[in-house]
Write a protein that binds this ligand. Structure first.
Ligand code: 5GP
Length: 234
């Protein structure tokens, strides 16, 4: 079986830009286009960002067992169709999923060898700034997104890799390294003896993002978000 990569992040952490850039530079990746019941935003096209369908259509797909995973996110359904996994296998590509923390947990249960990556903003203030500059959301909506982000961030320890998206170019390089290093480590990949200096370098870069190696660096980031959860109430 080919690789499955899961990428999750709270809204405002710069995930879309990162994923778009990495898709351009890493070959052999198939991006799963999700189904959703949320209406398209300006500039979004059916079949490109998402397949936009009605609730009735989505529920019909659930009944027909067409989803590998699905979840209710911000009041709308989002789901990954099984067919993307089989298509990726047929095409000899790795599957890249951009899904929320609920979907990630479902995939990990079904495909334990899937590699999961959580993207974090550098701190709460930066996330708040990004949420304010990117949207015309009312203050109340921004505060709600911050509370949701804080709750999602609590799930960071369920992921294999954590990427703090501070400087974009460095984050792109780190994400690329994780994807390629995991390919090298996959059973059946070329043996260690044949590894080049470049391979060793990207494996070291990926290793720096492994959960066990970032825990300390995360403490101040997590602490700033705990305050938001406390204020938002549980
Ligand atoms: P947005 O509506 O802003 O594009 O996405 C909202 C959230 O839904 C994001 O966290 C995104 O990762 C998540 N999402 C997108 N597609 C799927 C999916 O197929 N399954 C799940 N579980 N989450 C998804």
């Amino acid at each position: 079986m080919r690789g499955v990569y899961i990428i999750s992040a709270p809204s405002g952490s710069g995930k879309s830009t990162l994923v778009d850039r990495v898709r351009q530079i890493v070959s052999g990746l198939k991006f799963s286009i999700s189904y959703t019941t949320r209406p398209p935003r300006a500039g979004e096209k059916n079949g490109r960002e998402y397949y936009f369908i009605s609730r009735a259509e989505f529920e019909q797909m659930i009944r027909q067992d067409e989803f590998l995973e699905y979840a209710d996110v911000f009041g709308n359904y989002y789901g990954t169709a099984h067919r993307f996994l089989s298509e990726a296998e047929q095409e000899g590509k790795d599957l890249l999923l951009d899904i929320d923390v609920q979907g990630a947990a479902q995939i990990k249960r079904k495909i334990p060898e899937a590699v999961s990556i959580f993207i974090l903003p550098p701190n709460r203030t930066e996330l708040e700034k990004r949420l304010r500059t990117r949207s015309l959301d009312a203050e109340e909506v921004i505060q709600r997104r911050l509370v949701t982000a804080s709750r999602e961030i609590e799930k960071y320890c369920e992921y294999d890799y954590i990427l703090v998206n501070d400087r974009l170019e460095e984050s792109i390089d780190a994400l690329k390294s994780i994807l390629l290093a995991e390919r090298l480590m996959r059973p059946g990949a070329q043996g260690q003896k044949q590894r080049s200096a470049d391979d060793t370098d990207l494996m070291a870069k990926a290793e720096r993002c492994r959960l066990s190696n970032v825990r300390e660096r995360l403490q101040p980031i997590l602490a700033s978000f705990e305050k938001v959860v406390a204020r938002g109430g549980r």
